[in-house]
Design a protein around this ligand. Sequence first.
Ligand SMILES: NC(=O)c1ccc[n+]([C@@H]2O[C@H](COP(=O)([O-])OP(=O)(O)OC[C@H]3O[C@@H](n4cnc5c(N)ncnc54)[C@H](OP(=O)(O)O)[C@@H]3O)[C@@H](O)[C@H]2O)c1
Length: 290
Amino acid sequence: MGMKQRILVTGANGTTGREVITALHHRGVTGIVAAGSNAERTAAAFSGMASAVRLDLTDPATYDAALDGITKIYLMRPPAISDVQRHVAPFITRAAERGVSHIVFLSLQGVEHNHIVPHYRIEQNILASGVDYTFLRPSFFMQNLATTHRDDIRTHGTIVVPAGSGKTNFIDVRDIAEAAAIAFTEDGHRNTAYELTGSEALDYETVAAILSDACGKKIVYTSPSIPAFFFHELRRHTPVPFILVMIMLYTVARSGKAAGTTDTVRKLLKRDPITFSQFAHDYRHVWVDG
Ligand SMILES: NC(=O)c1ccc[n+]([C@@H]2O[C@H](COP(=O)([O-])OP(=O)(O)OC[C@H]3O[C@@H](n4cnc5c(N)ncnc54)[C@H](OP(=O)(O)O)[C@@H]3O)[C@@H](O)[C@H]2O)c1
């Protein structure tokens, strides 16, 4: 009774974190705490919406200050952290010891069949901690086209991913954030896992056509082989471990196994998921000059 809610949003400056803060704020939630590598920069980014703390999951000395007064956590796994036993598990343990009551964890579609991914281990750690959980298991982010693949599209008008003609289900990160906000603020979402997807699976020819329409310029899917993609990313100075993770993910997409579509977003959000066309329209400034 009466304990003030304080929700820590990890990866606040990242793709999902900032949208989670926005979605919570729009729901009238106060007591949002944004966690970033630089507290001042993070505070400035969310001024009027959230306070800020520094959190470095690789540095346990930052845990207690970040967890001060926190009752719930939006947890994401930074892509740079692969040894989650060492760098994420202790944070979950500390959160449990300090009485955090609910963790909404950004996991991965298909995690229940793929026990080698770090997200599986994190889910197991959360289960073992005894803290109430909501696992969000999304498909591919539409926003990958606006972040990881942005420069190819913007500068060269090309989408360079080794997905062949396989279809991929894409979800808009804003729908994931809304699902997180609902899990935090409404009853009935604890100790549940949600497979979150958009409404359709698309091949990258279709993705290129939709982006071309939205941007008013020709964008071409180059459909590289896996070795060609590897060298393309090396030339862009992408770190080799990231290239290998992308090859793993796009090999799944190539096989058509990333096409799975659920109606979970519609059930949770009580509206249709954001379409790829809507996403392309909303983000078109990312791929065109001026
Ligand atoms: N992309 C997809 O299609 C997809 C699909 C399903 C699941 N996922 C999962 O989504 C997760 C990534 O989420 P995202 O896209 O929201 O993240 P993101 O945009 O990659 O942002 C990563 C954030 O992590 C923070 N960070 C980096 N190192 C950190 C550390 N040592 N301790 C604490 N925070 C640290 C950074 O904070 P600062 O900016 O403050 O430095 C950054 O803002 C991954 O686990 C990925 O597997 C992705």
